[in-house]
Design a protein around this ligand. Structure first.
Ligand code: HEM
Length: 404
């Protein structure tokens, strides 16, 4: 027996072992390296709840102006050209978000409910009929992008093509760490499509979100065409895969924790708790990046000016200082804790996810339809495949068999 100390904790969001199960590493980061440094990839990482929360709130020192991802091609002062105000700091962020909020209202999201229900049935009903299907390919991978298309006014005939381009935009083959040429080509094609749509709405507005955006005005100021297009891109990048993965993660963890799905089927009012706990326990967005606008002195050491800092949402959401029994997947957790008061799944403060209520609405409609449409489900462990992405966490394939 030797009693050598274990090697220092190592964390890379590109590591497939981390994709399989990041949570033991997160626990070590919180305990042993609350300000972690990865020299090779050039980032710092914060993992404790209090630190991640405070960094989200501090938009002056923790700047979003270089974007929020690790992709080298997307990191830099031009990030806002494709990620819109997600990659801007106040006051530019404040202005654009306020203008966009004029069109992207809670009412507009609520009004989408009947269309989300119709789209859900379009994909889910034939899948349930077959009895066996891939949740991602057949349902969860289609619904969120079609809902975004519905919202912004892409006509039904164009939606499959727009979805194909959007998928290529975010898709990464295994081992590819940056935006591949197919992704760039898809971005160019999607940009041309959206530019055309914006021009049409400028000439003849309809009642869709794109029309509302081109007309939105504060103190005589409007969004430029480029700003509207960048926002449409942001919706695709922020709202498509994240919601797909939320649905997959919900089915996966309810299956991995025996008795959980049975409880939901016995009491469908638990669907909301199912969604909330999935967001906390295994969020599809595990981290966002920030740039230190100045040297930042944290309680755990200094971050030099200009350096990149990852805010590990997934680690903060498992912090036992905030969440009792953090590694248990508990459907009723929010019955004892105010919904969303605590988890960081949608961010905090100025950049708080604009689509949080839409994501929740979609997930509720889809999962309630699943519960109503069958007596239960099983997953085929041999067919389950994870995506290997730094930006989203979840499944590329999730084969489901339903009990009718
Ligand atoms: C489960 C699904 C989702 C998750 C986990 C998620 C997560 C997040 C997070 C963590 C942020 C904050 C980023 C930061 O602080 O840098 C964010 C921002 C944002 N999200 Fe979501 N999101 C989801 C779904 C959606 C949907 C469906 C939409 C719209 C269709 C959307 C639109 C946005 C936008 C526009 C922002 C930028 C807000 C800003 O910078 O002011 N998201 N999201």
């Amino acid at each position: 027996m030797t009693d050598l100390a274990p090697p220092p904790v190592a964390y890379s969001p590109y590591d497939y072992a981390i994709h399989d199960d990041p949570f033991p590493t997160y626990a070590r980061l919180r305990a042993e390296a609350p300000l972690y440094r990865n020299d090779e990839l050039g980032f710092w990482a914060l993992s404790r709840y209090a630190d991640v929360h405070d960094a989200f709130r501090d938009t002056v020192r923790f700047s979003s102006a270089y974007g929020v991802t690790l992709d080298e091609l997307a990191w830099g002062p031009d990030a806002h050209k494709v990620m819109s105000f997600l990659a801007l700091d106040p006051p530019r962020h404040t202005r654009m978000r306020a203008l966009v909020s004029r069109g992207f209202t809670p009412r507009r999201v609520l009004d989408l409910a009947p269309r989300i229900t119709a789209l859900t049935h379009e994909y889910l009903d034939p899948a349930l009929e077959r009895g066996e299907f891939d949740l991602i390919a057949d349902v969860a991978g289609k619904l969120p992008m079609d809902v975004i298309s519905e919202l912004i006014g892409v006509p039904p005939a164009d939606r499959a093509e727009v979805r194909r381009l959007a998928d290529l935009l975010v898709h990464r083959e295994q081992g590819v760490f940056d935006v591949p040429p197919t992704g760039i080509e898809a971005a160019i094609a999607l940009h041309a499509y959206y530019a055309d749509m914006v021009a049409q709405r400028l000439a003849a507005p309809t009642d869709d979100l794109t029309s509302a955006l081109v007309q939105a005005e504060i103190d005589g100021e409007r969004l430029t065409t480029d700003e509207v297009i960048a926002f449409l891109f942001l919706l695709v990048v922020a709202g498509n895969e994240t919601t797909t993965k939320l649905l997959g993660n919900a089915l996966y963890w309810a299956w991995r924790n025996p008795g959980t799905a049975e409880r939901v089927w016995a009491d469908p009012s638990l669907v909301k708790g199912w969604i909330e706990e999935t967001l906390r326990y295994d969020n599809s967005s595990q981290m966002v990046a920030r740039r230190a606008a100045v040297r930042i002195d944290t309680p755990h050491g200094a971050i030099p000016e200009g350096d990149r800092v990852l805010l590990l949402i997934g680690a903060a959401n498992r912090d036992g200082d905030v969440f009792p029994e953090p590694d248990r997947y508990l459907l009723d957790r929010d019955a004892t804790m105010a919904i969303d008061a605590d988890k960081l799944s949608f961010g905090v403060g100025r950049h708080y996810c604009m689509g949080a209520s839409l994501a929740r609405l979609e997930a509720a409609i889809a999962l309630e339809a699943l519960v109503a449409g069958c007596r239960g489900y099983d997953l085929d462990p041999t067919g389950i495949r994870r995506v290997h992405s730094v930006n989203v966490r979840g499944f590329a394939a999730l084969p489901v068999t339903v009990r009718r």
